[in-house]
Design a protein around this ligand. Structure first.
Ligand code: NAP
Length: 263
């Protein structure tokens, strides 16, 4: 899985969304993140189609929404997602949250079935705390490939990063720019100035150093490029330690996530 992807939540105008995906793929991105609830799977599919990049080169992930987690709905809505995306299969299919209709014993065998039928190559989970992940691992025949959770310098997820390393799954960090809040932080601004970089790039470089895959959402070509160029930013040990020491606790999306997520 490419460690820098393009997020698409709230990239809702279909023309704009398709264009962002096309621009990102032609710039070099090879990982696109969408979800049923974003309402833009068809636009994402159009962007992939329009790009001068083969479908096989793109790591495409979508997520099954919480109201679609009965076994029948997992199957039917995933088939509908593939239809909208215009693909035969996705590379990664996530359970979006352990909520709503989620029942591990009922929901997860349907994900195994989708793997058996070749409709997804991998199974992921999202917004799962360690105990949710362990339960999913017990039930699934397929390995849990990734857990997608909010991760950035104000929500560092060190306990979950350790859990991921110990249990052999990937951590995918969503809202890696804290939905724009990284721009207001003195430490990130200061480190960015030293490198003639942006605070967005510093946050993404910090995540990469922690082994976390990032999926920043960006709409304009300028933002898509700024984030892409974070790959060449190398932070010093001292800079990483300064970011590790930021005490601001700030979570954008899931205020109920486990108590260890700040550190
Ligand atoms: P984010 O990526 O942290 O921040 C997105 C915001 O930052 C947008 O307003 C974007 O503006 C701006 N931005 C992006 N790059 C920039 C740059 N280089 N300079 C200045 N501003 C920049 O927030 P997010 O959308 O919440 O998270 C990213 C992705 O994670 C989502 O799109 C979605 O795919 C996924 N996600 C998953 C879950 C889940 O429950 N699994 C929850 C939330 C998010 P423009 O759009 O104007 O470029």
């Amino acid at each position: 899985m490419p460690m820098l992807g393009l997020g698409t939540w709230k990239n809702e105008d279909p023309t704009q969304c398709a264009e962002s995906v096309r621009v990102a793929l032609e710039m070099g991105y090879r990982h696109i993140d969408t979800a049923q609830i974003y309402g833009n799977e068809a636009a994402v599919g159009e962007g992939i189609d329009a790009a001068a990049v083969d479908r096989e080169e793109v790591f495409l992930a979508t997520k099954v929404w919480i109201s679609n987690l009965t076994p029948e709905d997992v199957i039917a809505t995933t088939e509908a997602s593939l239809e909208k995306l215009g693909v035969d299969a996705v590379d990664l299919l996530y359970v979006h949250w352990p909520a709503g209709e989620y029942d591990p014993d009922e929901t997860l065998p349907a994900f195994d079935e989708l793997v058996d039928r070749g409709l997804t190559a991998r199974v992921g989970v999202s917004n799962f705390e360690p105990h949710h992940v362990e339960r999913a691992m017990d039930v699934l025949d397929t390995p849990v490939f990734a857990n997608q959770v909010e991760t950035h310098p104000f929500c560092k997820q060190s306990a979950l990063r350790e859990h991921a390393a110990e249990h052999g799954y990937e951590l995918v960090g969503y809202s890696p720019l804290a939905r724009g809040s990284v721009f207001d932080n003195d430490v990130l601004q200061d480190i960015a100035a030293t490198h003639d970089a942006s605070p967005a790039q510093v946050s993404l470089a910090w995540l990469a150093e922690k082994g976390v895959t990032s999926i920043p959402k960006a709409t304009s070509e300028a933002h898509i490029r700024d984030n892409w160029e974070s790959r060449s930013l190398e932070l010093s040990t001292g800079e990483i330690a300064r970011i590790d020491a930021i005490e601001r606790h700030h979570r954008e999306v899931n205020p109920d996530f486990g108590p260890d997520a700040w550190d």
